[in-house]
Design a protein around this ligand. Sequence first.
Ligand code: ADP
Ligand code: ZN
Ligand code: ZN
Length: 805
Amino acid sequence: MAQIGQVLVDVPTMQTNDPYSYAIPAELEQQVQLGMRVTVPFGRGHRVVSGVVVGLSDGTNFDGQLKPIASVLDLAPVLNEELRQLADWLADQTYAFRITCIQTMLPNLLKAQTAREIKPTTELSPAEMVQYFPDGAPREFDTSKLDDRTMAGLLRLQRAGKVEVTYQVTSKATAKTVTGILPAQSIDELKAHQDAVVKRAPKQAKLLAYLQTLSPTTPVAQSRVSHDTGVSAAVITAAEAKGWLVKQPIEVYRDPFQRPVTPTAPLTLNTAQQTAVTAITQAIDEQQSQNFLVEGVTGSGKTEVYLQSIAVALDQGRTALMLVPEIALTPQMVNRVKARFGHRVAVLHSGLSKGEQYDEWRRIDCGEATVVVGARSAVFAPVKNLGIIVMDEEHESSYKQDENPRYHSRDVALWRGRYHHCPVVLGSATPSLETRARAAKGLYTRLLLAKRVNDHPLPTVHVVDMREALKQQGESDFSEPLLTAIQARLDRHEQVVLMLNRRGYSSFVMCRDCGFVLKCPNCDISLTLHMDTHTMKCHYCGHEEAIPHVCPNCHSRKIRYYGTGTQKVEQSLQQLVPTARILRMDVDSTRRKGAHEKILRQFGRHEADILLGTQMIAKGLDFPDVTLVGVLNADTALGLPDFRASERTFQLLTQVSGRAGRADKLGEVYIQTFNPDHYAIELAKDQDYERFFVTEMHMRHQGNYPPYYFAVQVTASHEDEATAAKAMYQIVAAVKKGLSANAIVLGPTPKAIARVKRKYYYQVVIKYKHEPQLKSVLEQIRQAAQIPARHGLSVTIDPEPMNFM
Ligand code: ADP
Ligand code: ZN
Ligand code: ZN
């Protein structure tokens, strides 16, 4: 036996991080490479499972019995050396299995069961064409059906770029189609018909003229035809009956970023921007894995800093990776990158079909795309030779994945920065506490953009005390001052952005008279309302009490669940300002693909006066005529049992305020709150990030929270509550035994939403500073969880959870 392949197999019920050894049969010897997917027989039944080759070793002196690799699924490795190392690191950091990490890195198409086709490229010679494609058409690529000689030949051709493998998504379920139109006759014939009908049927003539301009092979959407010609669907159907055209479904994805964008040239930088770009350029030049925090108020020109830094890397023949929180919510940002770097840009986002996603992935893999823009998982894009990684809005919680592997894109970005010896640029107006604290320690170089571009002032922020408003106006979502400000904008034909914060909706109880929120006596964290048990619970320590009917603070009876819906708010707003044109943006109005961008475009074209939305409108919008931002309920997130509640509130208020007055008109912000004295709200009013940072760090220090402590959350769930609870008690016992007295163990407690999908959830949170044993303890817990997993118990380990809920 010449060679042995180490294969990580994908067997959900028997996960392990150790690869299994398989013999590489002689006929596959030329094919098997590191990072390729293969199939292997597994277990007693020798059933065939898929896996990834993560090691090759010489088996000459091996004299045991090994099962052979059954087939090779790829012609070229899908994981390069860097990504293989990254998968190992990720598995170690997140307590996930290596195979799970690898699957996370690959485009969906490579995870799904897909049929593959092999087809000739223009390089293939006629003789080779005859030999390998006797039918003259692409052929199915099923390695188990091809003989070894053909396989070896195809492999050779693929290396020479003469053939390529493409993937056919077998499940068409997700593919969207619209009716397409193809001309069914030649131009001359159509012209003849046109001349015949031009007098008595001008509509038909128009359609016939149009059909002559269409390609006979590429269908055009019927809606497009109607739009361009002004003819109705009935006329088109009649034309089909006459045999002038045929209808054919076309698979569409209206990718918002396929539309052409106007190219832009670099702007002349101001001093602060120049200082930032110079520092980053130096790190690129010197190939240093230096990390930067670009801390710049909203509208300070951070994006221009990113773009010009990326240009430096590209000029040196290197590549760039740019991460954004959510592609759908940040179309303006993506367009700005495309406008600067054109076809070099690949955009990875979940809105792409599997095929499109894979195409972009391949463009990156082969080096055709040198700038990659994408959300969380784009951090795994197979870009080689990275010269810079940019992470915009680095504080956003969407960068953390809340399923296995529970990674944070920031950590992955920093790892890749080290691997490629390139700078990582983290940017935000409101950096996460972790990042800002690291900058304070000198781990990141802090680059400050303290002012808006052209010394444009930040908006004036007013805080409206809703307790007063309630006394004077009765219950309403809109205070007098905010309504007056809205009316003034309508009169001046300026635009308004209104945000209804839906986070924490109805999960806590607040007094409408005094703003009092019930808190845990032990933890100083809001208690959460549990409708199942009709109690208020603390999710940190397990404290539980009755739902209050009278405010413990002011004895008012107006203590109730807090929260309201966007639709309801839209209705009452329309009654208050009947002439206003309102656009609503929330989960309901944006369910369809491309809906976000459509709403934003409408707003940008002034087709509405007011954009009313949930926190999804807080990010990245840059509309010059928006001079007023209103926050209807600043409090909701403050009520969450989340140690980041203040941080999230401050970030959200600052971000949304930044939407006002971005061009030459001055901006104004109204924040409605029942807690006007809360420091997160007071400091958001002053837009004073630095003071917020200092204050919040003090609070975290007092409460032993991150970034002073590391945290791990372990969750056990089962259909039977007692089983989940018992497992959690055992886990807590094991954890406590393995840790020093300095570690803080919170729990076991039921989770915030204790019962989801008929399963009960119990958790423990471990806070620690230095616990060398922790990793092995958690490793044991993970291994032990595999056996009972078959009986429905699942255990998850979340390093650095976003919250403890
Ligand atoms: P941020 O990302 O910090 O919120 P942006 O990059 O969106 O800020 O910049 C705000 C506005 O200022 C944008 O319209 C941008 O085109 C403009 N801008 C940025 N830098 C400059 C510059 N150096 N000169 C002129 N305008 C600039
Ligand atoms: Zn508590
Ligand atoms: Zn009260």
